[in-house]
Each structure stands twice: as C-alpha cells, then as structure tokens.
Design a protein around this ligand. Structure first.
Ligand SMILES: CC(C)(COP(=O)(O)OP(=O)(O)OC[C@H]1O[C@@H](n2cnc3c(N)ncnc32)[C@H](O)[C@@H]1OP(=O)(O)O)[C@@H](O)C(=O)NCCC(=O)NCCS
Length: 215
C-alpha cells in the first residue's frame, strides 16, 4: 500500500501541496503588508461629493459599525472603543452601508499578529468595509478623506494593506495616499521575527493627482 501511494500521480498531486501547506502553517510563514500614508493636509477629495450621508459615530454608537462589517468581532469593537478610536460611516437612509476606523496608541494588527505603536500625531486606518451592494462607488475614499479633514493638517494618516488588495490600494491612492514602506512578521516554528522598512514617499508630478472621477 505504501508503494502505491508513492507511484500514484493523483495521490502525489494532492500530497505535494498538502505538505507545502503544512510546512507553511507549522514550520515557516511570513506575513507582509504594505504601508500607505498621507499627510492629512494633502488628502485629496473626489470631484463629486459623496452621494450618501457621512457620519462620525459617537462612542455610544460604535457598535453600529459592527452591524456592517462581518470582519469585526465583539473583541475588536471593545479594543477599538478602549483606544478612543473614531469610526466614519456611510449611511443610506437608516442603514449603515460602509465603515472605516482610525485609531492610535497600542494597536493590535491581527494579520501580523503583533502590536504596533501609533504616536499621538498619527492616525492608523483599519477595518474599512463597504457592503458588497455598495462597492464600486468609492465609499472608502470618501470615508478616509472625510476623516483627514477633521484632524490637524500636519498629522499623518497611515495603514497597512496586503499587496493583493487592489480595491483598497486604489481607494487610498485616490485620496492621495502613497506607499511608504512595508511591515512583516516571520514565523519559524515558535519563533517570531518582526520587521519593517520605511521608504521615501514619491510626490505626484506637478499638474497630476488633483481630483479623480467619482463613480
Ligand atoms: C476595500 C473596500 C473597502 C473598497 O470598497 P469601495 O470603496 O467600494 O471601492 P471601489 O469598489 O469603489 O474600488 C476602488 C477602486 O478599486 C478598483 N477595484 C475594485 N476591485 C478591484 C479588483 N478586484 N481589481 C482591480 N481593481 C479593483 C475599482 O475599479 C476602483 O478603481 P478606480 O476608481 O480607479 O476605477 C471593499 O472592497 C471591501 O469592503 N473589501 C473587503 C474588506 C477589505 O478588504 N477592507 C480593506 C482592508 S485594508
């Protein structure tokens, strides 16, 4: 029976990816995210105003954001509330259809399984979510830009995004955010190594990057 396993291409085909997956899960894994940022005063507005109401939730209303995002657990909400985070929402009638959080201090980044320290003059963007029925209308761009207009212009807004999350990256770039580094965590057996790299932010060439079409 053992020999049969070794000679069956079908079994081999299944075993190789399985062992690779097991290696990644149990032995070595690297999670990397790109850093994007904008100076609040350089945040870029879309050419047309948001077709829905944009609101900043007060501390007593923060659980409303949990209604919209399936990724937000009760524990996340408790953490974000404890950190005095701000939640921007888009409301259509009585319904919250999109939400985006800004926070600071000791921020737990679940994807990287680590805590990142965000200083008082910086704002860490996380947990943006748009109801699938409302995507394609630039709602994330409207939310991050609305937040930028409420904070001192010299403050920095930043966040971490997977390189494959094109919708998120394009939404941020539309609001003037630029890639400014990357952050990673490596796991080798039980050993964890954290790292980050900052890079110069390239400015838009003159005459470009003013306003973008809204959907
Ligand atoms: C990321 C997210 C909030 C963006 O929602 P949104 O505001 O509706 O964004 P849009 O659908 O308007 O897309 C913004 C841009 O990305 C582009 N885009 C969207 N999906 C894309 C895809 N799969 N491939 C390529 N481009 C894509 C759009 O064309 C648009 O670009 P353009 O305006 O230059 O044409 C939404 O997709 C979402 O909730 N995703 C799940 C949660 C998530 O990933 N959150 C972000 C964590 S950092």
């Amino acid at each position: 029976m053992v020999g049969q396993v070794g000679t069956s291409p079908r079994r081999r085909g299944r075993l190789v990816p399985l062992s690779r997956r097991a290696f990644r899960k149990l032995v070595y894994r690297r999670v990397e995210m790109d850093r994007y940022e904008v100076r609040a005063g350089d945040s870029r507005s879309l050419a047309t105003p948001c077709p829905y109401e944009l609101r900043f939730l007060s501390p007593g209303e923060l659980d409303l954001a949990g209604v919209i995002s399936p990724y937000l657990t009760a524990q996340d909400l408790a953490e974000l509330t404890r950190q005095m985070s701000v939640c921007v929402v888009v409301v259509d009638g009585a319904r919250v259809v999109a939400s985006s959080w800004m926070t600071k201090g000791q921020v737990v980044v679940h994807e990287l399984e680590r805590v990142i320290d965000v200083p008082p003059d910086e704002h860490f963007s996380c947990r943006s979510y748009v109801d699938p029925g409302y995507r394609g209308r630039s709602l994330m761009t409207y939310m991050v830009d609305a937040y930028a207009r409420r904070v001192p212009p010299e403050d920095t807004l930043w966040g971490l995004v997977y390189h494959w999350n094109v919708a998120s990256i394009r939404s941020l770039e539309a609001a003037g955010w630029r890639r400014s580094g990357r952050c990673w965590t490596r796991f080798l057996f039980t050993r964890r190594t954290e790292g980050h790299e900052l890079m110069p932010v390239t400015a838009d060439p003159p005459g470009q990057g003013t306003q973008r079409r809204a959907h």
